[in-house]
Design a protein around this ligand. Sequence first.
Ligand code: PMP
Length: 392
Amino acid sequence: MLDKFLKHIAQTSDAPMGLEISHAEGPYLFTTDNKRFVDFISGIAVSSLGHRHPKVIQAIHEQVDKHLHVMVYGEFVQKPQVDFAELLTSNLPEKLNQVYFVNSGTEATEGALKLAKKFTGRSKLIGFKNSYHGDTHGSLSVTGRDVYRDPYLPLLPDVHFLDFNSDEGLDLIDDKTAAVIMEPIQGEGGIIPARKEWLKKVRTKCDEAGALLIFDEIQSGFGRTGNLFAFEEYQVVPDILCLAKAMAGGMPMGAFVSSLEIFQTFKYDPPLNHVTTFGGHPVSAAAAFANLRELLSGNYLQRAKEIEKLIKQTLTGKGIVEVRGKGAMLGLQLESWDLTKKVVEDCFENGILLGWTLHSNTLIRLAPPLIIEDELLEEVLHIILSAVQKHA
Ligand code: PMP
């Protein structure tokens, strides 16, 4: 099978992990050669309720028995979309009251940028160094890492990158600025939370300039940080919120959420100016509704905070430079690339799947599912610690 995979599946690197998956359940992945791995990155922050959560699976089955795709986004009334949008917006600040469904994270970013440009009638965009917003052209235009951007230049014009968490350059947010886009906790940049006072300052600058503030919570959303969304802890509300990844419990789905007033702009000049065929697919929407209901009714947000506490307590010091992040969105900063690589490899040999973030090669990403129990968590942390001690 690996041969055929390499032959027919277009590759994105010379070194794919190449695990041949047989099935996945809860916190575990199982391979065709009968190995079991603890998925300690949740498919990169997707399966937050574990793989194949029963409530999600049931909702998928029920929807499959009713209908699959019936019409492009926004034309027909489809119950799973309406149910989910109602539940989602009732758990968001009042002004975030309309949902535009898409299929992925990068498509959410694209939609958000277009919405901000159309609403403000401006084109200047501000992003942050080491950010990541997706890999299509618009998203890449606001992603703050040259090595990924350079091969595709020219990208969108009039995009400016500022240092994350720094006041320097904030005056660039002016009356020509359509939007400032940021992750409240940078994910691929190395799990770096924004400073509270700084985020408030950015919000004020946007208000003064009439620019929209876009939060990309594609990675940090849906309970991962111990709140439903990371921005809740900052008491700063964005004008547009981008979502995807953990949204639909393992099904593909994205969305950007904003106000009725801002979304009016998508209806005119011309109408249908942001069409997506599969956006809000009914099966994904049914899965998202079941996923969110479960997330809100269970103990998951509290659990994310407990996971953070246990991991920080167990791993801080002990050969690790820093354990940072919030909830179950954490990073282990190590001293060198060599050590990082060895620890990840060692853990892999011991059945623990860890990973890197895109913009850092000395940071190990930890994003366990929120269903993980203490016993398994402690077992994993013990293996990580032993690997660090062995190679330090
Ligand atoms: N924004 C952030 C913060 C992300 O972490 C990601 C995915 N890593 C994206 C956008 C892009 O999402 P997708 O891969 O679904 O396009």
